[in-house]
Ligand binder design. Structure first.
Ligand SMILES: Cc1cc2nc3c(=O)[nH]c(=O)nc-3n(C[C@H](O)[C@H](O)[C@H](O)COP(=O)(O)OP(=O)(O)OC[C@H]3O[C@@H](n4cnc5c(N)ncnc54)[C@H](O)[C@@H]3O)c2cc1C
Length: 488
């Protein structure tokens, strides 16, 4: 007799888990808290960028068979081995990442994306944001080379379609409230749908209900003071329900509960994400800028590394500033480098031909402090090193309290542009402890029978920081594993 599997959540991790469980013979029901039009969790807000290990273009062709001869001729895709992926995870998490989960993530990334492709998810190269052109050829930075066609909404659509075709039952507006658990482990859930509470029984439950970033009280409780003031970049529905229900039956917390992924985000963005704007509230061209706070002072090395390796930790630095805001200031020498998200209508932007005029226009900033800071910064730029946005060019400053390591340009040629940002939280890093089979462990480190978890709800993979594009891959890899094991 086939097993019955309940999947809690309706984002990438949940839908991958559901498809995998179904493929392995289970009857599957997905319980998604959001109503139809808000479905898809944080996944729907993404650009669909997915980090994947590949040995070269032949591996990429298995994901993107439609690559044309022209694209192949005009692009240097390089390679990104599973050990490069593992090393990046280790490095950016300051060697805290769980080595076993990290190696499963890196090793299974390519086979998992190949499997998603067979389910109907189409991948394309990220020419727009992750490649640069040298002598007429695109060259990828490495690692973050593919995105889902149609971005996050495209991913949710493709997986939802695949689930429907496979006979997975998907229920919307169905908020899971608790787990039904006894001596033999988990045997179902209590769910409230459209005002009616019922029990659903199953042989296994997979929790894929996201992080707790949309829970203001928990943010403050776990991440610390002022996190209540951060904007939530994505869904309003990831409030830690899955964490709560698992912890209450003895599941072990794991990972960086005081840590999260948070970025520079439009100052006046709404409290939660806006599906129509998606990720365009982010402001990720800061490596070419100087970022100043209310005192007019720089507070971070904007050019410490490529954006992929700093953006997720710099949101916290903005939150720490007086008033929880900063301005990104660009000189005209670099304004052509600004990403597409700077060109949307919903930006807090000022422009000026002179620095004095700009200083007056930047709301909340001490003008004198700013002008003094820029004078000191300009004098400290090593102009002998040529500026090259395509490599870590080493064009830095010296002698400042906060030096800029790469891409330092003087701020002296108008017109100037400045953009106001605050902190946007993407997802929390702390979660449930799982093993390599995606089984949830209890506080005695024993498996809780019939309970699995995948995606943002899992702790132990990300600490302090995050290599761009790993969140979706993480959910897919462990979702697929959870589904197969729950059905087995
Ligand atoms: C603006 C933005 C851009 C991003 N860009 C990228 C990117 O390009 N690449 C990348 O890898 N990552 C990106 N991320 C991170 C990425 O979104 C997540 O890592 C990933 O989508 C998490 O997938 P998930 O399935 O774990 O959670 P989600 O997709 O958030 O799904 C969780 C689901 O659980 C549901 N749920 C919550 N509580 C309950 C309950 N009690 N009962 C039933 N259902 C419940 C929610 O409604 C939601 O649908 C981005 C995030 C944001 C916000």
């Amino acid at each position: 007799m086939s097993k019955r599997v309940i999947v809690v959540g309706g984002g990438n991790a949940a839908l991958c888990a559901a498809l995998s469980a179904r493929e392995n013979g289970a009857d599957v029901v997905v319980l998604e808290r959001a109503e139809g039009e808000l479905k898809g969790g944080n996944t729907a807000f993404t650009a669909g960028a997915m980090r994947v290990a590949y040995d070269g273009v032949d591996d990429l062709l298995t994901l993107m068979p439609e690559l044309t001869d022209e694209e192949l001729a005009n692009t240097d895709f390089g390679s990104y081995s599973a050990s490069d992926f593992y090393d990046d995870l280790a490095r950016v998490t300051e060697y805290r990442t769980d080595p076993e989960l990290a190696s499963v993530l890196a090793d299974e990334s390519l086979p998992t994306l190949q499997w998603m492709n067979k389910q109907g998810v189409r991948f394309v190269p990220i020419y727009g944001r992750q490649a640069f052109k040298i002598d007429g050829r695109f060259k990828f930075w490495g690692g973050l080379t593919v995105e889902v066609s149609g971005g996050g909404p495209g991913l949710v659509d493709a997986l939802t379609k695949a689930a429907a075709n496979a006979g997975v039952q998907v229920e919307y507006g169905a908020r899971v409230l608790s787990l039904i658990a006894g001596d033999n482990g988990v045997s179902g859930v209590t769910v409230r749908q459209h005002g009616v509470t019922r029990e659903e029984h199953a042989d296994a439950v997979i929790l894929a209900s996201g992080g707790f970033q949309a829970n203001t009280a928990w943010r403050t409780q776990y991440l610390g003071p002022n996190w209540d003031l951060a904007k939530v970049r994505g869904t309003q529905f990831n409030t830690g329900d899955g964490h709560q229900m698992a912890l209450s039956i003895g599941a072990s917390p794991a990972g960086n509960w005081s840590g999260c992924h948070a970025v520079s985000w439009e100052l006046n963005a709404p409290e939660f994400g806006d599906m129509a704007v998606g990720d365009h509230f982010q402001k990720h061209s800061y490596p070419w800028s100087v970022m100043v706070n209310a005192e007019g002072k720089r507070f971070v090395d904007e050019g410490a590394d490529f954006r992929n390796y700093t953006y997720a930790k710099y949101g916290r630095r903005v939150l720490e500033q007086p008033g929880q805001f900063a301005w990104q200031v660009f000189d005209s020498k670099v304004s052509h480098l600004l990403r597409d998200e700077y060109r949307i209508k919903q930006v807090t932007k000022v422009t000026a031909n002179t620095l004095e005029e700009l200083a007056k226009k930047m709301d909340g900033v001490d003008a004198e402090g700013f002008l003094a800071e820029i004078r000191a910064y300009n004098a400290a730029v090593d102009q002998d090193v040529p500026f090259d946005p395509n490599v870590k060019d080493g064009r830095g400053t010296s002698g400042l309290a906060v030096n800029k390591t790469n891409w330092a340009n003087t701020i002296e040629d108008g017109p100037f542009e400045a953009y106001a940002v605050t902190c946007g939280i993407t997802f929390t890093f702390g979660g449930l402890r799982i093993n390599r089979d995606a089984q949830v462990l209890d506080t005695d480190q024993r498996v809780i029978p019939n309970l699995y978890a995948a995606g943002e709800i899992v702790g132990g993979v990300f600490y302090f920081n995050y290599p761009g594009g790993s969140g979706l891959t993480n959910g897919s890899v462990f979702g697929k594993i959870a589904g197969a094991n729950a059905a087995g």
